[in-house]
Design a protein around this ligand. Sequence first.
Ligand SMILES: *Cc1c(COP(=O)(O)O)cnc(C)c1O
Length: 386
Amino acid sequence: MASSEVEFEKQITKNKIMKSTHVTLPSAPPLKEYIQEIYDIWNTRVFTNSGSKVLKLEEKLCDYLGVDHISLFSNGHAALEAALSTLDHKGEIITTPFTFASTMLAILRNNHQPVFCDINASDYTINPSLIEDLITEKTCAIVPVHIYGNMCNTEEIEAIGRKYGIPVIYDGAQAFGVTKNGVGVGNYGDMCVFSFHATKVFHTVEGGAVAYKNPALKKYFASHRNFGLIGSESVCIGANLKMSELHAAMGLCNLKHVDKYIKNRAICVAKYNDLLANTPGLHILQIPDGIKHNYSYYPIRITPDEYGFSRDDVAARLTRHGICTCKYFSPLVSQFSIYNHPLPVGNTPMAELIANQILILPLYADLQTETIEYICSKLPHIKNED
Ligand SMILES: *Cc1c(COP(=O)(O)O)cnc(C)c1O
């Protein structure tokens, strides 16, 4: 390595350590692997328009995720909008309020009406026993979210979908690599959308994908993401939603390391669990049998009556010690002021309760277990001087 390169790598490592108490830190393959991967792009000058890197990444992701078809997009939100654009009429979409803004915005931007269903206290995913009551003649899809990589109750949700002939499109943005009884998350429902944003478990810097079973969609998505063009005419109201070759190259590099990233995350989660399980009022995720998780986030739910401190107390204390956390997802998307059909308070009581009690602690592939010890030592139930 040239000395400037050594300096550069050193600087990267230094930054990594300085940022060790951020709530998340993007994974990065060795820089020289990326440079090697993009080398031939300079010869071909194919920087975009579904070149060989995008096609290769689609193929490799089908293998990794164990799905029939994958179409890549410029980001997860674009993939979600593309998936929703396949619905044959406009109407109501049953979804969860406990999600990232993108889920609701994709529904609204496609001129659908979100109908919010409450969530489970155990895993924060949509509560399937409440879905049927929300179905009307206008319902045109169910969009559940595998939040934090926790898989929804796919059996019950899809049984309802089949009973009423309503498609199920999962927002699996946070669920890359998760499997249930060995079956990849992307196989459930009619479609599953992934995000490859830099902060996600697997990333292409910016990027996303739809996984699906219907082979006819391959051609539709190829056209949809490229202005709806087939030949020189737009045949659907598409847009420019393509992933570039440079982004796909990042994905090809990260894919080689993603098992290691997930393994390191698992070690971190085991460390947190070790230190925090059996703390009254502090609830950690229980991963059900048969699930291979991706450990995308470390949410703790704080019930103040038992714990003695509120979620906001805990967040403020950690901030004072230079530890970043986030109140993900508070407020609920249904409480956003841009959503102009505000729900009466108490309509999704469990989601409202959890939004006030949830806190995400730092978790990323490069996080050190010593840092986790430090973080946990600053929690308010541990007696410190302050
Ligand atoms: C990240 C995320 C998205 C959006 O993905 P982008 O790639 O950032 O556009 C959508 N839904 C959920 C639940 C997410 O976490």
